[in-house]
Each structure stands twice: as structure tokens, then as C-alpha cells.
Design a protein around this ligand. Sequence first.
Ligand SMILES: *Cc1c(COP(=O)(O)O)cnc(C)c1O
Length: 405
Amino acid sequence: MDQVGVPANELLAELDRRRATEPDVHGARLFGLVYPTGRDDVEDLVLEVQRRYLFHNALNPFKFPEIAALEREVVTMTSDLLNLSGDGGGSMTSGGTESILMSMLVNRERARARGIERPQILAPHSAHPAYAKAAHYFGMEHVQVPIDADWRADVAAAAKLIGPSTAVVVASAFTYPHGVMDPVADLAALAAEHGAGCHVDACIGGFVLPFLERLGHDVPPWDFRVDGVTEISADVHKYGYVPKGASVVLHRDADWSQHQVFLYDQWPAGIYGSPAIGGARPAAPIAVAWAVMRYLGVDGYTEMMRGVMETASRVRAAVESIPEVEIVSAPIGPVLCMHSESIDLYAVADVMDAKGWNLNRNVEPRGVHLMLSPAHANVVDELIADLIDAVAHHGTAKDGQARYS
Ligand SMILES: *Cc1c(COP(=O)(O)O)cnc(C)c1O
């Protein structure tokens, strides 16, 4: 640390310099890591709410009962969106990973109550790494379900793998790598038949699919309306348009929801309890999630999703017009990935990087991955033109290694 403190203006200037070397989060040239709305009114609200709650701590609901109430209201709004009836439960967490961890912990406890010593997580090959992480953290076994030719979980393969030690079957609605829906109803039925839980990973889809449904898109059943679905994770810090640090985990069963809570009183400072991994928790993501959800409302989110899907259709049509490139499978929402049998899309992505885009690379199948946000509507023509140009004029890929996001 500096011996003598540095003046604020120097620090801000240094941060500005350092930040300028990295992608601009407002520039709409990043995909998946940030979800720019391109809307000043939403950003102004975020800033105002952040300012009010920046130093609060959501740890103690007795000291800050209103923050606890805001969290409950976010959970209730999300429950309504995902058709969870009044008797369920859940909490906010710091992100999709923590939501998944808490669900896997509850599923482990549920399996242990049935006498299973080393409970298994049955998760599709396309499921997020957070399930493997949960298995690693919680002493569970992570069993991968193969995916089919459409990149969806193979239900017949899952049926062969499920057994007495299965604690939970995972289904993504929809998947990060290919943007496709796993067969949720079939996987949930399989889980129920074996007395296992079924976690639907709607980290992306939770704030996409309800609005696609309202826009009249064909959305297969995936939420709490599906029998056998026991938990759902939905990230507010993705298509909920809230800055990082906001996700929701929901349990169909309020009693099991309580198993998320850790209580302890064997220390000198009295009873201590927390609903998730964090102890001290920032209150700003809770308050901002509450505010953005109420500000946009169902209609606001639906209109924003209409725009995102228009952008997605335009990109899709452009890709389909390039003979060398195809869209992988049948993505339901704003995640598109591309594959080519004849050209190396990593080399195309390198050209796109040089043009200032930040396309993600997929490994299976080798190609590029695009996650579209509302702000991409402002750059879609340039994106398409650059992509067509990059396909036409590319060299060899400089980096064979795919990078996650
Ligand atoms: C982003 C994501 C997660 C994990 O969420 P984090 O907020 O990054 O921890 C889990 N599942 C899917 C499908 C995701 O896209």
C-alpha cells in the first residue's frame, strides 16, 4: 500500500487509463459478460439506488428489516414470473453459481434424509460448470448426461444413468453453450419417478422465457408449472438488467427452502444465521433488483425482449445467408452459436476481435458464441457487415484454445 495516500483525482485518472485498455461495458461490443440496455433511464435508476444502498449490509434482517423485505419482494416477483405458488420459498444470492450451489446443497440434504451417502448430481454435458463446482464443494458425485444431436440432454441416456444415489437431475432452460432447451418435462418426470429433485437452470432463461411466452413464441413447459421441478435458478444480473451480484434461487417446497439457511450459536457473539454462502452481503444488488424489476414491469421486460429477438433474427438471417456458416441447432432465445465445416471460425473471431468485437469461442462444436442484449440493436448492422467481411477475409486462427466468455 502507498505510505502516503494518493489524491482522488490521480486515482480516478489512473482507473480511467486502466479501464480504457479493456472492453467498454456500454459499447455493445461485448457478448454475455454484460447485458447493456442502452437505456439511460434504467442506468440512472440503477445509479440512484446504488448510491442509497452502497454501504448497507444485508446480513442482519433484524437490523435492516426493510432490506430483508426488499429481498422477499424480489423473490416473490420472480416466483410469480416462474409460476411458483405461494407456498414455495427462496432467496437472493450473489449470482447463478451461488443459486446453483444452494440448490445442490438442499438436494444433497434431501438425499441424505433418504439415506443416500454420496448423492449424485445428474447434469447434462451442456450444463454450467457450477454443478461440477457444487459436487466438488459438497462431497457429491457429478455424473454427466450425454447430449443428443440437437445439443439437448439425452433423456434416454439420463434414464440409464439415474439410480438410487441420484439426488437431483439438472435441466437447462436454456443452455449457455448452444441456447437450446433441454427436455425439462421429461427430465423432471424421470427425476420424480426416482424420488430425486429436478433443478431447472434458468440462470439465463428465467428473465427471457417468460417474456418470449408473452410475445407468442413457442416455449416448451419448463417452470414450476412442470410437475417434478423442485428448484429453479434465475439470474437478475443477466436479462433482468441489474449489475452483477443478483440472482434468485427458488424452491417449490418451503420446508426444503429452509435447509438453505445455516444457523449457528456456538460462539461468543450469539446466534448467527445466513441463507446462502456469503456472510456480510451487499444490499445494493437487492435494492437495485427490486427497483429495476418494478420500474420495467412485465410489459417493460417484454418490450425489451421483443427488441432483443429482433436483433437475434437479423443476425440469424445474416448468418444463414453466409454459405460457409450455420447456426447450431435451434436456439430459443438470444444466444446464437455458429459453426462451419469449411472455414475456421476461430480465425473469423480473431478478425472480429481486431475490429473491436469480443466474440466468445465454443469448443463443441468449434465455433463462435453470441449472446445478444438490448443495446446490440444499435450496432447490429455493423456487426453483420463485419462478420460477413471477416468470413470473406480471414487468416489462420492465432489461438487454438477456446476461452469461456
Ligand atoms: C451464467 C450462468 C450460470 C452461472 O451464473 P453466474 O452468475 O455466472 O455465477 C449458470 N447457468 C447458466 C446457464 C448461465 O448462463
